[in-house]
Design a binder for this molecule. Structure first.
Ligand code: PLP
Length: 360
């Protein structure tokens, strides 16, 4: 045996680790509610469950590699050509394909920070250089600063709308102004993972903005509002060259037949699913108002989570929540993100927040 190790790419050194939300078990082993991963708290709809159970009868077979049924359904749903749709293993899988398709060593990728924690990881995996642009004091994307960060090496810009973990949004006028100024050979990815939770009419729908902008790509997912996080299916809507590049970079057979069939069944059960989203939005309002009443400064959120900036009290707050029976997502030294869950879970979170507030 030689001592030599396989040579790995230098780009992987020091790569940030993706921290999944903690599971619903506390340090003492007591069951707790999981408000740490922005998941949908509702169990799958019975019809969707039945579809998945049926699909499971034939998982000895490979799935439809082209995701033809799902692609046709999505094209109809969004009124776009089928050639503009590309599916992948969750929208994070599609985001990684976008990096592979556009960026390599020497290229730059701009995103707001803090934002979705996968952006720096997938950028570094591609060998490209991250250009994080701080959020404004109001926790919103600083689109002017992002524009100023564009160089002739910029290949891709993420705009996370609403932003994870702050829940804040960019509105139509500012986003259109930004898109009009970004060079047309730079791909702008509108990550709309939480689109269905938006109630602010001023927030534009990326699937409209992309139509006359060949350098705009919209990312959507079935993981959040549609409740299919564990099945891993997301998609992009983009003009043909970008969508075709996504098909080139896809892992063959990445999206399972269970996921494809569940996604189609979910689109067909959209009404029932979106009613659940309405309930979560009502809970969001309740949680937001209660926190504000308690004296917290909470950025206005259009997603299924709230953000509390806690600085060096972050881990203490997360521990206090866990003792109270809810797991939230701490970002050490910055703040916590708490998903809007079932009413009982939200009540426990609010009680923990009220208690903590008294100690500040
Ligand atoms: C902004 C954003 N984009 C994309 C994703 C990825 O979701 P998925 O890969 O489950 O579609 C997430 C998940 O947390 C997210 O917050």
């Amino acid at each position: 045996m030689t001592e030599a190790q396989p040579r790995l790419r230098a780009a992987l050194r020091g790569i940030p680790v993706y921290k999944p939300g903690k599971p619903a078990v506390s340090a003492t082993g007591a069951p707790v509610y999981k408000l740490s991963s922005n998941e949908n708290p509702y169990a799958p709809l019975p019809g969707v469950m039945e579809t998945v159970t049926n699909a499971a009868q034939s998982f000895n077979r490979y799935p439809d590699m082209a995701c033809a049924g799902l692609t046709a359904e999505l094209a109809k749903r969004f009124d776009v050509p089928e050639s503009h749709i590309a599916t992948g293993t969750g929208s994070v899988g599609v985001a990684q394909q976008l990096l592979q398709a556009t960026s390599g060593p020497g290229d730059e990728v701009i995103y707001a920070w803090r934002s979705f924690e996968a952006y720096p990881i997938i950028t570094q995996v591609a060998g490209a250089t991250s250009v994080p642009v701080p959020l404004t004091d109001g926790e919103v994307h600083d689109l002017d600063a992002m524009l100023a960060a564009v160089t002739d090496r910029t290949r891709l810009i993420f705009v996370c709308n609403p932003n994870n973990p702050t829940g804040t949004v960019v509105r139509r006028a500012e986003l259109e102004r930004f898109l009009d100024r970004v060079p047309s050979d730079v791909l702008v990815v509108l990550d709309e993972a939480y689109r269905e939770f938006i109630r602010d009419p001023q927030v534009p729908d990326g699937t409209e903005l992309y139509r006359d902008r060949p350098n705009v790509c919209v990312l959507r997912t079935f993981s959040k509002a549609y409740g299919l996080a564990g099945l891993r299916v997301g998609f992009a809507i983009a003009h043909e060259p970008v969508a075709a590049a996504l098909r080139q970079t896809a892992v063959p057979f990445g999206v399972s037949q269970l996921a494809q069939d569940a996604a189609v069944a979910s689109l067909r059960s959209e009404e029932a699913l979106l009613e659940r989203v309405d309930s979560l939005v009502a809970e969001r309002t309740r949680v937001y108002e209660a926190l504000t009443e308690q004296g917290w400064t909470v950025p206005e959120t259009q997603a299924n989570f709230v953000w509390l900036r806690l600085g060096d009290r972050t881990l203490d707050f997360a521990a206090a929540c866990e003792r109270a029976g809810v797991v939230v997502r701490p970002f050490q030294g910055e703040g916590i993100r708490a998903t809007i869950g079932e009413r009982e879970a939200n009540d426990l979170f609010l009680r923990a927040a009220a208690e903590f507030r008294k100690e500040l």
